[in-house]
Design a protein around this ligand. Sequence first.
Ligand SMILES: [Zn+2]
Length: 208
Amino acid sequence: MRKVHDIDHVTPGILLSVIEEFDAGKNTYVDEGDVRASVIGGSAIDYSDRILNVKQKNPPMIPKIGDVVVGYIDMLFGNMISVRILYINEKLTKSGFSAIASTRISYSGGNYNSNWRERNYRGKYVFKVGDIIRGRVYSLLNSSIHLTLDEKDLGVVYTMCFSCGNEFTKVPGGLKCNFCGNFEDRKVSIDYGKESFTLLYDKQFLKL
Ligand SMILES: [Zn+2]
């Protein structure tokens, strides 16, 4: 049988040992002489009294409705974008959740930037893979995390020029490259280019 102390990731119901070898301790149960885990965690044995415990691990942080998330766009499909979540309410997460957002402009949004809306006659936001965006969770329907981008502090928070790789400056209606003059039509957050986002971008894509 598997050596109990080697198991550092156990799931509920997994066989850890038998009662002849170890007594069932914390977060375990006995089923027909088998000692099994009752929670997600890692096993730990107290050899002094031969008790097998499972140390419970915190479940991954799951975004809730109203949470603000920051992530990068990893896919575009139809009128939707897929966003790999890196931060939930400013806390780094390694859970690897993806969220989706519509690129269609909602006309029902509250804090909507009306100047921007008037300029954008296509009724659609433009995004590119690699953009770092901030969104707010508004629905968890069908086990998907749905984001809205229709607020002043939501939208693209950082990206780099797709022509030359240099820094963009926020300009009316989008972003303009300081170096080559390339203009990109974007729904840009009011605090675009804050230092923390440039650090995030460097960490994500340049592996610094
Ligand atoms: Zn450029």
